[in-house]
Design a protein around this ligand. Sequence first.
Ligand code: 6R9
Length: 585
Amino acid sequence: MEKDTVEIIGVETQHSNLGDYEEARREFNWMDEEKRFSWHATGRVNLAFEAIDRHAQSGLGDKIALHYSDPERSESYTFEQLRQESNRAANMLRSLGIGKGDRVFIFMPRTPELYFTLLGVIKIGAIAGPLFEAFMETAVRDRLKDSGAVAIVTTPKLAERIPAHELPELKHVILVDTSTSGETAEGESMLPEDSPFADFNKLMSEASTETEIQWVDREDGLILHYTSGSTGKPKGVYHVHGAMIQHAYTGRVVLDLRDDDVYWCTADPGWVTGTSYGIFAPWLNGVTNVIRGGRFSPQDWYETLQRYKVTVWYSAPTAFRMLMGAGDESVKAYDLSSLRHVLSVGEPLNPEVIRWGHRVYGQRIHDTWWMTETGAQLICNYPSMELRPGSMGKPIPGIEAAIIDDQGNVLPPLRMGNLAIRTPWPSIMRKIWNNPAKFEEYTRIEGWYISGDSAYMDEDGYFWFQGRIDDVINTSGERVGPFEVESKLVEHPAIAEAGVIGKPDPVRGEVIKAFISLREGYEASDELKAEITKFVKDGLSAHAAPREIEFKDKLPKTRSGKIMRRVLKAWELKLPAGDLSTIED
Ligand code: 6R9
């Protein structure tokens, strides 16, 4: 870590929205950012209004807001059209009696209907709960139940995974036909008359394109993102409308968005990146947004970049590693010369990937660090700053980050410890739904938010990620709580006990490995392994299913009966197991 051995990739373009980093930090004031919103003058707050209607009403009505495509559909919508479609969605929800503060879940593939719905939910002051399409019954049930959701918008196929009988508060299951959008004859329902479901396409076609926006308080609920911790069920991270200040600001200075940009964030809205930066940041900045549905393939992604002449591209390390794996030739077949700014989030971004991207795209990939709980970017690399491959960058203006010990003492440079952020900031979560005790864990040291990541800061103020302090697994950028997987595993009749860890993997960052002890009368076999994997896949989700299973007679446990994942990990990595004083036997 000697200074002269640090690798630096210098700045190639001086022009950026942030300008000089140190100067921007000195001059920064959140109040200046707040003044950019119409609610600063009118007192009427609603994120969807600021993201869509305000632009439609101030000369950007005919500008393309959304370029949507998947292998079957290809459509574009202006800000005015998005205003109207989201108004329809708002009216549709109101026609069912849904209103302010209600939790409305969205469980469908990335299609224009998803975006209309999410904006519609926000326009009526309800709280949106986006879910990954990959979620199976247990995952869907836990989230709907915990949040007390009153409605869910989904497709006929995905609706089979909603155990409505176990969800007394769920009053409406609204079915979308995403394949035939616009083709279903006006007013015609695809559902039988006595169906317990509501028909999205029919209700939308009947709904007016004008609506009264529900004005809210800036501290009112906007969105609930369920995410995994190391213990217990997934937690509902609750964000409010006021977070838009930071979505917009970071969109401007980190994504470096400008009026004529074409921006593509590859994340699904089931993940916070797909909402904060797939929806809010670009539209709050009035920028054209690309959404690509369907599955990942290097060809498909490069075609998307080429077709729309994407200028700003936000993706994740796993995707970049897969693109790197596809080879340089696959890049050369496309014209990617429109790219101006490339960013990454979700996991450590390997220096090797940065070097490769610099070589083949001619672009520096800018790492950004933040979390579901933080609501928006906090530590980033900027176009105007030298980039140190392997570092997450420096805190955005307005944010103070530090490395602290468990007592809250700020540690000097180069010392590893808890990555902490001075509270508050506009986009910080306001609570964990239904679980005040969980929330307290993040703020247990007065004045600080404790991220759960360990890191150090170098002498020039760059932060370097070291790992998670808890056992949370990061596979392909998705957070998986080992407890949730273990709980599912022990539901299987053959399994007595299960311990789950993240095993380092060159492409996915980590993959899930399960250590399992079997019940009496069951024999270890490859068939059983395959069956167990399928059991988790079908019951929870594909990304939570173990890729590797190892059978053990006994698992290491503490005296209080907790499975010691730390020991499992040491076994896996062939490292010393450390302090075993609390182990049972
Ligand atoms: C936005 C998002 C948060 C956790 C976080 C950390 C890891 C995110 C990272 C990174 C290294 C980066 N993480 N960005 N690790 N370098 N640039 O990812 O939210 O899904 O809640 O995950 O992801 O461990 O604590 P979320």
